[in-house]
Ligand binder design. Sequence first.
Ligand SMILES: [Zn+2]
Length: 116
Amino acid sequence: MEEQFRQKMYQQLMDMRSQILENILAESADFMAATSNDAVKDSVDLAANDVDIRLLETIGTQDVNRLKKVEAAIGRINNGRFGLCAKCSKKIDEERLRAIPYAPFCIHCQKGSELR
Ligand SMILES: [Zn+2]
């Protein structure tokens, strides 16, 4: 994979990540306000990028799943496996990555998992 493309995907994923985190924090503002848990309150004071993903799971918004996929894709960029299907290890089509930068599977494996 071209370094330039990889960089672009990385930037896109980081943008997505902060956007989702902003959504989650906005949605969970009431939860945060209502909680008496200091650990929760402390983490809200941190920058959005530092929010603990496990904490977000306890809040349980719909965005958390997407955030996990984005996080996983960022991890794959860092360990050099980005763009390779998590199931069959074949290259994921670049057009597909452009549309869904956090796609973990190639189109064939994705189709297969949707049938089940
Ligand atoms: Zn595959």
